[in-house]
Design a protein around this ligand. Structure first.
Ligand code: UDP
Length: 317
C-alpha cells in the first residue's frame, strides 16, 4: 500500500482530499498545525486504520521516521478577510513561513524519500490580473509588499522553490494554481464570500457585499477540485508543469449575493461595505491546459454545488 502525506490535511480542501485518498486505498498521513484547520474536519477519518494525524508545523523538519510516496502541500492560511480570525491577514508570518520554509522542508523530504510532490499554489499569484481569463503563462500583477503579499508572494516563492527542485534535482513535482473553491466543511467564520453570504442568508443577517460588487470570481465545487488534484498528482504528464484548476463559470459578486438569496429563500437585504485593499477586480481560470494534460474539467454546476453547501451550513450554523 502506498503512503500519501497531506500537509494541511485538516483544512477545508485538505480534509476532503484525505477522505478521497482513503477510499482509493492509500495510507494517509495528515500533517497540520491547526492554525486554520480543525480536528472537526477529521472526525470521521480518524477511525480509519489507514489514517494518521500528526499535529506538527511544517516550518520545522517533520522528523527522520516519515516516509511517503506522495506529498501534497496544502498547508497555508488562505482567507484574505481581515475580519476572520483564520485569515492570512491575521497570520501573516505563519503564511509567509508555511509557503517558504514549509515548502523547503517538504521538498527536502520528497527528495530524501523520492516522493512525488504537488505544491498547491493559488490564483492569487496573478494578483489583480490585467488579462482575463488567466492562463498559466501570465506572470501576474501583484503588489509585492501590500497586506495580501504575505499570501501572494508566499505562493510565488513556493512556486519558485518547487520548480528549482525540479530543475536542480529532477524531483517529480508539479504546481497547481487553485481558484476559488467552496463546499461543505468550509469554516463558517472563514470570511470567504461563499461562507459569509450563506451564513448571513440563513441567519437572516444582511449580506455584506464589499465594494460595488462588480468584481468577479469563478467558483469551483470542492469535489471537482479534489478530483483535479488527484489526477494531477498521479499523472506523469504533469511533472514540472504548472496547471490552473478552477471552474471558469465567472460571476459578479453582487449577482452572486442575489443567487445565494434565491437558493436559500432569504429576504435578507444586501449592504455594501469597503472593498479590501488590493482586492482583484476579476478572476477566471483558463483550464485548457488541465483539460489537455489530465482530461479534467469541473462537473458540478454552481447551483448544484451551492445547494449542497447550503444544506451543510444549515446543519452547523
Ligand atoms: N467579499 C464580499 N463580501 C464578503 C466576503 C468577500 O463581497 O462578505 C468579496 C471580496 O471582496 C472579493 C470576493 O468577494 O471580491 C471573494 O472574496 P473571498 O474572500 O472569498 O476570496 P478571494 O477571491 O478574494 O481570495
Amino acid at each position: 500500500m502506498q503512503t500519501v502525506l497531506v500537509a494541511g490535511g485538516a483544512g477545508f480542501i485538505g480534509s476532503h482530499l484525505c477522505k478521497k485518498l482513503l477510499t482509493q486505498e492509500y495510507k494517509v498521513i495528515c500533517v497540520d498545525n491547526l492554525v486554520t484547520g480543525s480536528k472537526d474536519n477529521l472526525k470521521n477519518l480518524r477511525e480509519d486504520k489507514n489514517f494518521t494525524f500528526l499535529e506538527k508545523d511544517i516550518i520545522y523538519p517533520l522528523g527522520q521516521d516519515i516516509n511517503a510516496d506522495y506529498i501534497f502541500h496544502l498547508a497555508s492560511p488562505a482567507s484574505p478577510n481581515k475580519k476572520s480570525p483564520r485569515s492570512y491577514i491575521n497570520h501573516p508570518l505563519e503564511t509567509l513561513l508555511a509557503n517558504s520554509l514549509g515548502t523547503y522542508n517538504l521538498l527536502e523530504l520528497a527528495k530524501k524519500t523520492s516522493a512525488k510532490f504537488l505544491y498547491v499554489s493559488s490564483s492569487e499569484v496573478y494578483g489583480d490580473p490585467a488579462v482575463s481569463p488567466q492562463k498559466e503563462d501570465y506572470f501576474g500583477n501583484v503588489n509585492p509588499n501590500g497586506v495580501r503579499s504575505v499570501y501572494d508572494e508566499g505562493k510565488r516563492f513556493g512556486e519558485a522553490i518547487t520548480m528549482n527542485y525540479v530543475r536542480e534535482y529532477g524531483l517529480n513535482a508539479r504546481i497547481i494554481r487553485i481558484f476559488n473553491t467552496y463546499g461543505p466543511m468550509m469554516q463558517p467564520d472563514d470570511g470567504r464570500v461563499v461562507s459569509n453570504f450563506i451564513t448571513q442568508a440563513i441567519s437572516k443577517q444582511p449580506l455584506t457585499v464589499y465594494g460595488n460588487g462588480q468584481q468577479t470570481r469563478s467558483f469551483c465545487f470542492v469535489d471537482d477540485m479534489v478530483d483535479g488534484l488527484i489526477l494531477a498528482m498521479f499523472s506523469d504528464k504533469t511533472k514540472g508543469e504548472v496547471l490552473n484548476l478552477g471552474n471558469p463559470d465567472e460571476r459578479k459578486i453582487l449577482e452572486f449575493a442575489s443567487l445565494i438569496k434565491k437558493l436559500t429563500g432569504s429576504s435578507s437585504e444586501i449592504v455594501f461595505e469597503d472593498l479590501p485593499t488590493d482586492d482583484p477586480k476579476e478572476r477566471k481560470p483558463d483550464i485548457a491546459k488541465a483539460e489537455e494534460l489530465i482530461g479534467w474539467q469541473p462537473k458540478v454546476s454552481i447551483e448544484q454545488g451551492l445547494e449542497k453547501t447550503v444544506q451543510y451550513f444549515k446543519s452547523v450554523v
